[in-house]
Every structure is written in C-alpha cells, then in structure tokens.
Design a protein around this ligand. Structure first.
Ligand code: OXD
Ligand code: MN
Length: 601
C-alpha cells in the first residue's frame, strides 16, 4: 500500500514542467541515473496536476476517500504504522567535523554518508515515478526567501508540498537561469519504509538534504524541518539572520494598535492554538491574527527584528483540536485538507480523540481496523496530523505575504512544565532572555518517537532542529542582540503548570489572551510587574482576570516561585550546560551564576 509507489503516466500537459536552470537539470539527471525511475514527473503545482495526482493516489490507496459533503476536497492518508513521527535518532547533521554539528546533533561524516545513501538509493525508484518539486519558502518579494527542489518517489509528498510551500512556477521564476544561484537540493525516497533503512541527513555546507525510508511528514516534507529549520539555521548564522521554531501572531487592540510576537514552543505544545487564538468575550475588540504556526525567519532592519513565515500551510496535530480549543483550526481543516492517521467514521467523516461531539459508536482506526469506544487503542494516532493551506485560516494576518516581514515586539519561550515554571515572566534584558531560551525544558510529546512526558532541555525549542553547533547557535543569538537597537522583549510562559492534586492550574487556550495582553502591556511600558529572582513577574492584579472563573489560590500558585524547585532547576541547568561541554558561551554561564546569586545560592 503506502510502502509501494508504482509509476504513474500522466497525460500530456501534466508533469512536464522542466526548469530552465541547467544546474537543476544536471542534478536531476544524476539522481535519476542513480535511482533508475520508470519516468520523471516535473511538477508545476497546477490545479490540473493536483487533480490528476489525487485521482492516482485514490486508485493506489495512497489516499482514502472521505465523505465529500462533510469534508469537501479532503482525503485521508494512512502511513505505515512503523512510521508515524519524526525520528530524531535517525536524523543526522553531516558537517565536515563533528564539532561543527555540536553536542546535540547526531553527526556522520559527509563522504561516508553520501556513499551509504547513494548505495541505498541505487535503483530505489525502479518501477516508480521520480517527481521533481520546485518550491519557494517565504513570500514572493522577501530577501529571506529560499528556493528548494525536492525529488521524491511519493505522491503524498507532492500533494503535501503543494499545500505547505509556494510550489511550481513561482519557484522557477525566483531561481532564474543562473547556474550559481543558491538553492536547496532535497532527495527523498520511501525505499521500503523500513526503520533499519531510515535516515534523514543534512549537509549544510552543500545545502543538501537526503531523506530515505520514511513517509512521515516531518521526515519527508523537506521544506519544513529539514530546510526551513536545520539547513535554514545554518544559513541564517552564516548570513546574519535567524531561523526559529516559532509561531508568529499579530495582536490588535480595539484602538487599532498592533504588535507582532514570535513564540518558540516545542512540538505539540500548542503553537497552532496560540497562533490562532480567539480572545474571550471580555476582550471585546481585540483581534489575534496568524502569520505562521511553526517557523519564523527573522532579520534585522533599522535595529528591529522583522519576521516572515516561510511556509504556506499548516501541518498540525489533530488530537485535542476542536471548536472549543481552536475554532480557527477547525474552520481551516473543514475542507481542502489532507488528514494523516486519523480515524474514519461510518459516514465517511474524519475523527480523532478530542474532536467536538460524542465519540462515534464505531469507526475505522488509523491503522484501518475496527474501533469502538471500548477499544484499548486510540482511534487516531496521538501524532495524527492535518495538512491545510494557510489561506483557509479565517484569522490569517493581512501582512502574511509582506516581503519585509512584520516587526517583532516580543519573543516568547514556553514549554510543558508541570512544576517550577510560572505562568509568565519577563527577562531582564536580551542576554537574560537568551539564557531563558537556552535553558528552557519541556515534557516530551508524541511528535517524535520515544518516551512521552519526560522533561528534557530543549533550547529555544530547537533541540531537534538546530543544524549546527548549539554553542555557536547561542552565540548567534547573543550577537544578534548586539545588533538590535530596539530588541523585542523576551518572555517565558507555561500554560501547563499543575497543582498539588495534579490538575492544570490555568485554563489555557483562548484565556491565554490574558497573558498575551500583559505581554503587550509590558511592550507598551504600561503593564505592572514585580522584580523576582527569575525576572519580572506579574502580580495577580497585573493580569486582567475579569470574568475568568478561576480560584484565586490557583492564580497565586501558578505565579509562584518555589525556591526548592528553582534550586533543583539551577542544578539541572548546570548539568545541561556541563553536558554540552566547552561550547556554552561565557555570557550564559554568567547569567546562570547571577540567577543563583539572586536566589542567595
Ligand atoms: C512539527 C514538529 O511537526 O515540530 O511541527 O514536530
Ligand atoms: Mn514544529
């Protein structure tokens, strides 16, 4: 089924959009000679091409038809059950030396790795179609925008890339004919979708990605984690900009004053929900609008940071998404969406745990088996996903295509922490903020294979995505700060703190507007705060809690700092910095020392 990818033969006028750039043609020739496909399909991203690929995918069971009245022009894909999440243990940064990849990346020597991958790719596309996808990351007229080409033998990848990137003619135009222009080479092959032959390899110096053995989005939509973050962060450092795992949202007051904030949370910690937040009734006239839900590319202009969203769609987590948690996401995915590893109800609708309404009495689960509420297994995989165009989002910010980007007033770091970390606090300055980002931690989720719920340090939510040495990455943040005359304020948030009885202390979702409002007040220099050892903390009356049904004790608890917990936290950050070795910049060690002093330790 999804493990095989038989060749398809398009009618003329489809699949023949050869680019003019000789460097691309030569590279495709090389990969085609190696992989020996049945035919080559040059994608142009047109509607006609998309319809053809959907029809073929339905024939070959790569897509499953849904009830078109319930979810128009939407389809389900079931991935191989061994292939449902990002695989960090199979992800490599292949720099000439191990030091360049640094202590947080798996490293493998480029020469040997190319040889191994070429061995795996030899004849890998026999009997299959080789698709060439030209795509562009970033708005049409942005100086940050990058062009990439992905070669793949998966129709699912082509269909998803069309949603997630600006694909086709625009990318070819942007690239032009100069054989020396900068563009990313990405090669993907399903091979036999075997975990033993699954490698996601990045060659930053060559602007090259090779991903084999997987069909899961995060491993194979090479535009996203591979180019926009891993290779992107490498390019960003050498070119003086930033590629970050951040949502970007705009927030407008009833008076029409607008701020943009970027927020870095690890995978499956609510970036999409925050980016699409609908303010509660109490905040009449306030609007939150989305620039992006996962990745921000930022550059300095006039001493400020300006951000663009390089993507064109959302690849979000389904479980827990509902009209209650995220109405804008629900409206976005109501049509023209690809669902991956969701369940299907008897009337052909998609279903996942946490969707509105009662659980269906019967469904077909994500593996294709019968499911009832009595089943032990989940109906949808915990990392089941939607791929949907950003233009479906009713809260899309009007500036989303603006090439120069939007000015960032605040950067927010956040993770899933049951204890220790208060609801929100503000760093004293940029370098302190970099320390907050560098030491942030979060409980792991189903977005990557491995244990769920384990606290791990995830600096700037970039642990799995920083394409070079993490120490140099920290230094890059510090260096950017030196170039900013009007830097964003930096905050840390934690929606997930629990009380003694294990209950969440904060309602989250739309109510996070109250925290966002305090952040905006701080940016406008109107919000009150208390100086604490960890940073500026709101007191309960600095937060607008009107019309919120919350126990005052919970508010005090969620804003509280427990000295014992912070003593432990300081030890953990020391261990973390020690584990990174000599690469941690002196400035961050100093920040840690000062924090200890503020706690009288
Ligand atoms: C994602 C992730 O898919 O971070 O965005 O895993
Ligand atoms: Mn992400």
């Amino acid at each position: 089924m999804t493990n095989s990818a038989p060749a398809i033969f398009p009618p003329s006028g489809i699949g023949d959009a050869r680019p003019a750039n000789q460097a691309v043609l030569d590279w495709v020739d090389d990969i085609a000679t190696l992989t020996e496909p049945e035919n080559i399909f040059w994608c142009n991203g047109s509607d006609q091409e998309n319809d053809f690929l959907i029809a073929e995918s339905l024939k070959q069971n790569v897509l499953i038809k849904l009830n078109q009245k319930k979810v128009p022009r939407s389809y389900l894909h079931r991935s191989n059950p061994n292939d449902v999440a990002r695989v960090e243990q199979c992800t490599f940064v292949c720099t000439p030396t191990k030091e360049e990849a640094g202590p947080t990346n798996n490293w493998s020597e480029p020469g040997e790795t190319y040889a191994k991958l070429r061995g795996l790719l030899k004849g890998a596309m026999r009997g299959r179609t080789l698709f060439v996808i030209p795509y562009m990351m970033g708005p049409l007229d942005s100086t940050l925008t990058k062009v990439g080409f992905e070669i793949t033998d998966s129709k699912y990848v082509v269909l998803n890339m069309r949603i997630m990137t600006r694909m086709g003619e625009v990318a070819l135009k942007r690239l032009g004919n100069d054989p020396n222009s900068e563009w990313n080479r990405g090669v993907h092959s399903l091979l036999d979708v075997s975990p033993e032959r699954r490698f996601i390899c990045h060659f930053p110096q060559d602007n090259m990605i090779i991903s084999v053995g997987s069909g899961y989005g995060g491993n194979v939509l090479l535009s996203k984690k591979c180019l926009a973050l891993r290779i992107g962060s490498y390019l960003a450092r050498t070119q003086g900009w930033m590629a970050e795992h951040t949502l970007i949202l705009g927030v407008e007051s009833p008076e029409g004053r607008k701020h943009y904030v970027a927020a870095a949370f690890p995978s499956a910690c609510g970036k999409t929900n925050f980016a699409m937040l609908i303010p509660p009734a109490h905040f009449k006239g306030w609007k939150v609008m989305t620039i992006g839900d996962d990745i921000g590319w930022m550059q300095i202009r006039d001493g400020r940071l300006y951000a663009v969203n390089p993507e064109n769609g959302y690849f979000g987590v389904l479980p827990g998404t509902s009209y209650q948690s995220n109405p804008n996401a629900m409206k976005s995915i109501a049509h023209d969406t690809i669902y991956t590893n969701a369940a299907v109800t008897d009337d052909g609708d998609v279903w996942w745990e946490g969707k509105d309404g009662p659980r269906p009495a019967h469904a077909i689960d994500w593996r294709g088996n019968d499911w009832t509420p009595q089943s032990k297994e989940k109906a949808a995989h915990p990392n089941s996903r939607f791929t949907t165009p950003m233009r479906n989002n009713p809260a899309l910010d009007p500036e989303v295509d603006k090439g120069e980007g939007v000015p960032i007033s605040a950067i927010i770091f956040g993770g899933r922490r049951s204890d220790t970390v208060p609801l929100v606090y503000q760093a004293f300055d940029w370098n302190h903020g970099v320390y907050l980002g560098a030491t942030m931690a979060s409980e792991t989720t189903a977005a990557a294979t491995g244990a769920v719920g384990k606290v791990r340090r995830d600096p700037m939510a970039m642990l799995p995505f920083c394409g070079y040495n993490i120490g140099q990455y920290f230094q890059h943040w510090l260096d950017i700060g030196k170039r900013l005359t009007n830097p964003p304020l930096i905050f840390n948030v934690n929606w997930f703190r629990k009380g003694v009885k294990g209950q969440f202390l904060w309602p989250g979702f739309g109510e996070n507007m109250r925290v966002l409002k305090w952040i905006i007040d701080r940016c406008e220099r109107t919000g009150g705060a208390l100086k604490s050892p960890i940073g500026w903390l709101p007191s309960p009356h600095d937060l607008d809690l009107a019309e919120l049904d919350i126990d005052h004790k919970c508010v005090a608890e969620i804003l509280g700092i427990d000295h014992e917990e912070w003593q432990k936290e300081l030890l953990e950050t020391e261990k973390f910095f020690d584990s990174l070795g000599v690469v941690v910049p002196e400035e961050l060690l100093e920040q840690r020392k000062q924090l200890a002093v503020r706690f009288n330790l």
